[in-house]
Every structure is written in structure tokens, then in C-alpha cells.
Design a protein around this ligand. Structure first.
Ligand code: ADQ
Length: 489
């Protein structure tokens, strides 16, 4: 390892994800303006000092003309980003279709409505073909930019076919793949018509990572049961070749949140919120408006709590911030109207002329406003029906060192495995249980809140995003080195 160190400092890391961490807006025929979005992955990789990271992915815009493509490529190069250009048809079939209509619900154990299920069954082959084609396009770009000694880190369910495409180009390429969603039970995965091909493609990677040990176990079971391969404590073996499979739980850049609370604008914001909700306990939900987040179930549980605890009715408020996503998909439109309908009904039922029990916002908040909200919250409600990890729960804990609020957390979020001892764990489908947990959280004494918070705070500030990325990448590096040593022996 000591000898390997200087070599590592020169190494480049090619991070391949469906979306680049930028939003691109076209200003003219050959000019673009770019906004870097500081998501979890970006800050995680900023912390990986010994590698020089470059991003490869789709910029999220259709650029049919060569002038536009050249100009965007040049602008992105300054941000260390390399674009993959996907046309509208591919995006429709690969991204909206196979990724978001098939893999996303399946990996989260969500069924499709009957008519969608039939339509999906019919269009399955063409969507899978587009998925493979898109993955090949990503591989072409990686291959074009790859230099010997680079490490390639592929991300998420959009790119399950990529490890194989890359190894077909160059078997010496060091390839890792990480899944941000759950990997479901093998009984669910085996219903996919392309089940074997996807598993084999992922197995072409040298290291395969998941958020939790359970997801890793499900993946290994799928490989043993569906492909008939051998599962070992290290991973999956196929004719003497080992693919390492392990859990790498992601974290957040906790320092960024803790520092933000010191910023004067955030403190001002905190003061305003405290004034606005004086005399009431604040409960908070922050989610993308997605089926997996269990927003209707959360609101129904809150209604049950109000029903059964009349003395709390004018002493508590639920702030639900939901960023709309995939707004062109009918399922998501239905979910939005369903949430609006439930919120309206509950506010009509329990509201007064001066106050309503639920404030629901259909939008994204900027970072500072989000930190202020986390800081003034008494009880955070994370009721995902399934969630790979759930970073909102981590962000809440990071902002709570003064208040020591309570986290109610779904047992179906990956975060339940790391924050379970400090949070109140719930089954989000059990509305009575969630309503009782709300009462328990609101009535919890300060000693218990402090004890629970401390447990979670230590976890969130030590298992950071930077540590996650560093661990994955250095293990990937070592895995390949070990494999090469084995081959040499
Ligand atoms: P997501 O499903 O997007 O991520 P999550 O982990 O909670 O879920 O991350 C959401 C991010 O978006 C958080 O950083 C949060 O602050 C932000 N966000 C959400 N709602 C917002 C709002 N209204 N305004 C502003 N910001 C908002 C996927 C998987 C997760 C996994 C992550 C990382 O589904 O399970 O934890 O990737 O691997």
C-alpha cells in the first residue's frame, strides 16, 4: 500500500452517472450557461483528494446540432464534465421507459397499475434495446477518454449494462458499480425478462457496491439462484473470476450543514421561522414527490394523530416540502393530486380561521432555507415505503445539535440500519403505529431526546460522504491490484 501511494496521487477517477451534476441552458447557437448542482455525489467526490475526478454523463438537454454539441462540450470541459449526447427517442425509451418505468418501481417493490403493466410488457423489448444502446453510448465516451491507470466508477440502475460494455472494450479497465436504490429480493428481480443479462453485465465490474448489507445479500442471492453461480463471503465467483460485492453506506457532507447554521442569513431565517410558528411544535417532511417516499401515508398518519389527540390540534404544524419530479409521467401527476386532495381535506377538517395543521409546498428549497427548516424542527418524519438510503434523515440530524429533535424513520429506508438506534423506527404502511410514534416523539423528555440525538449525530458526522467515496474507490483500486496479483501467480 505504501508503495502504491505515489501512483494513486496521479490517478484519475472517471465518474459515470446518467446525469452530469450541472444544469445547462442554451443562450445562443454556440453558447451555454452552466450551473453546477451541489448534490451529495458532487460533495462526496470533492472530498476524495488523492484522485482527480472527471464526470461523464448526459447533460439533461437535447442538442441535435453539431455546433451546439461542440459548444456544450467545450463549456463542460471547464467543469471537468464530459457529455454523452442522447436524442429524444433514446431518452424516452431508455430513461423514461426502462429506467423509470420498469427498474425504479421494481427495485422499490412497487407494482404498476394493470393497464400500465400490460403496456410495459408490450414495450419491454424496445425499451430494453434502447437501455442497452444508451449504455453502449456511455461506454463509447468513457472509452474515448480513458487513459491507462484510470479508475472508472459507474453509478446507479441507469447503467447496469455499462460494466460489461467497458470490459468488452478493455478487460484491464478498473470498473466499479454502485447502486443508489435498494436491490430487491431475488424473487422480485427474477420477474424481469432481462434478469440474467443485467446481472451478468453488473458482474463484469471488479467491485459492486450497495448501501446496505441486505441489498448486497439480495444481489448475491439473485446471482446464485438465477445464474447458478457461487456466492462467497467476498462476492460472486464465476469460473474462477471473483466480483467483489459489499456494502458501502453513503453519508453526507455534514460539515457543510453544520457550517451553514452559522451563516447570518440562515440565523435570520431561523429567527423568522421560530416567530412564525411560536407556541407550536414543528414537524417536517422533505421529499422528492415520488411514490417511494410514502407522502400520502405520512399525511394520513398525521390526520390520525390529530383525530386521536385533540389537545395537540392547535399546538403542532406539519410542514411538508415536496419537490416535484418526473412531472410529465401520469403516475406522478396522480400522486400530486392525491396529496393535494388529502392535505385540503385535513386542513378543512382541523384548520381554524387563523391556522392550518399542514403547510404543503410543491417545490424545492434552496440550501440555506432547508438548513434553517431542519434546525427549527421538533420532529422529522421520513416514511419512505422503500428508499436506498435517504439523505434527508442524515441532513436533519446534522442540523439538530442545538435542538435535539426526534427522527421518525421508516424501517424500509436504508438509513434505518445506521440511524435505527437513535430514531423511532416505523412501518409506514401502519398508520396507527406512525400516529402513535408522532405522539411519542412530541412527548419525549429531553434526556431521551439528547441520548437518541447523540447516537445519530456521531454517526452522521463520522460516516460522511467523503469517507464513503474514499472507501469505495480505494477498495476498487485494491481489488483490481489483488486480481492482477492472482493472475500473475
Ligand atoms: P433521492 O431519492 O433523491 O436519492 P434522498 O437520499 O433523500 O433521496 O436525497 C434527496 C436530496 O434532495 C437531499 O439532499 C435533499 O436535501 C434534497 N431535497 C429533497 N427534497 C427537497 C426539497 N423540497 N427542497 C430542496 N432539496 C430537497 C437517491 C436514493 C436514496 C439515496 C440517494 C443517495 O433514492 O435512497 O439515499 O440517492 O444515494
Amino acid at each position: 500500500k505504501q508503495e502504491g501511494q505515489p501512483l494513486r496521487q496521479r490517478q484519475r477517477l472517471l465518474v459515470v452517472a446518467n446525469r452530469l451534476p450541472v444544469s445547462a441552458v442554451r443562450r445562443g447557437e454556440d453558447s451555454w450557461s452552466l450551473d453546477i448542482s451541489a448534490g451529495g455525489l458532487v460533495s462526496a467526490l470533492l472530498g476524495v483528494k488523492e484522485f482527480e475526478a472527471r464526470w461523464i454523463g448526459w447533460a439533461g438537454v437535447n442538442v441535435p446540432d453539431e455546433i451546439g454539441q461542440k459548444a456544450l462540450t467545450k463549456a463542460l470541459a471547464e467543469k471537468r464534465c464530459i457529455p454523452v449526447f442522447l436524442d429524444e427517442e433514446i431518452v424516452h425509451q431508455y430513461y423514461n421507459g426502462y429506467c423509470n418505468n420498469i427498474l425504479w418501481p421494481l427495485f422499490h417493490y412497487l407494482g404498476l397499475p394493470q393497464e400500465d403493466r400490460l403496456a410495459t410488457t408490450r414495450s419491454f423489448q424496445s425499451q430494453f434495446a434502447a437501455y442497452k444502446k444508451a449504455n453502449q453510448m456511455f461506454a463509447d465516451v468513457v472509452n474515448e477518454h480513458y487513459l491507462e491507470g484510470d479508475v472508472v466508477w459507474c453509478h446507479d440502475y441507469h447503467l447496469m449494462f455499462l460494466p460489461k460494455c467497458l470490459k468488452d472494450y478493455n478487460s484491464k479497465m478498473k470498473v466499479g458499480w454502485f447502486l443508489h436504490t435498494p436491490f430487491p429480493s431475488s424473487e422480485i428481480h427474477r420477474t424481469l425478462p432481462s434478469r440474467s443479462e443485467l446481472l451478468r453485465s453488473v458482474l463484469a465490474a471488479d467491485l459492486v457496491g450497495f448501501h446496505t448489507y441486505d441489498y448486497a445479500r439480495h444481489f448475491v442471492s439473485a446471482c446464485t439462484r438465477i445464474l447458478g453461480l457461487e456466492g462467497t463471503p467476498e462476492g460472486v465467483e464465476d469460473q474462477g473470476r471473483l466480483t467483489r460485492v459489499a456494502a458501502f453506506p453513503i453519508g453526507i457532507d455534514s460539515e457543510r450543514f453544520i457550517r451553514a447554521l452559522e451563516v447570518p442569513q440562515v440565523q435570520e431565517h431561523i429567527r423568522e421561522l421560530k416567530e412564525r410558528f411560536a407556541g407550536r411544535k414543528v414537524m417536517l417532511g422533505v421529499d422528492r414527490l415520488d411514490m417511494i417516499k410514502g407522502i400520502p401515508q405520512k399525511i394520513l398518519a398525521f390526520e390520525k394523530f390529530l383525530e386521536e389527540n385533540p389537545s395537540w390540534r392547535d399546538k403542532v404544524v406539519l410542514l411538508q416540502i415536496a419537490v416535484p419530479t418526473r412531472t410529465d409521467v401520469p403516475e406522478y401527476q396522480k400522486l400530486t393530486s392525491q396529496v393535494h386532495e388529502i392535505v385540503g381535506r385535513i386542513n378543512g377538517r382541523f384548520g381554524t380561521l387563523t391556522a392550518v395543521p399542514i403547510h404543503h409546498l410543491d417545490r424545492s428549497l434552496d440550501f440555506q432555507a432547508l438548513c434553517a427548516l431542519y434546525a427549527v424542527t421538533d420532529v422529522a418524519l421520513v416514511t419512505s415505503l422503500r428508499d436506498g438510503m435517504n439523505l434527508v434523515s442524515y441532513e436533519f440530524v446534522a442540523c439538530q445539535d442545538a435542538k435535539k429533535g426526534v427522527l421518525i424513520l421508516s424501517e424500509f429506508a436504508g438509513a434505518a440500519q445506521s440511524l435505527g438506534a437513535g430514531a423511532i423506527l416505523v412501518n409506514p404502511w401502519n398508520i396507527t403505529e406512525v400516529a402513535n410514534s408522532i405522539a411519542q416523539a412530541l412527548n419525549m423528555d429531553s434526556e431521551e431526546r439528547e441520548k437518541r440525538h447523540k447516537h445519530n449525530f456521531i454517526h452522521v458526522t463520522t460516516h460522511t460522504a467523503q469517507e464513503w467515496a474514499e472507501t469505495f474507490v480505494s477498495e476498487l483500486n485494491d481489488t483490481v491490484v489483488e486480481a492482477q496479483i492472482r493472475t500473475r501467480q
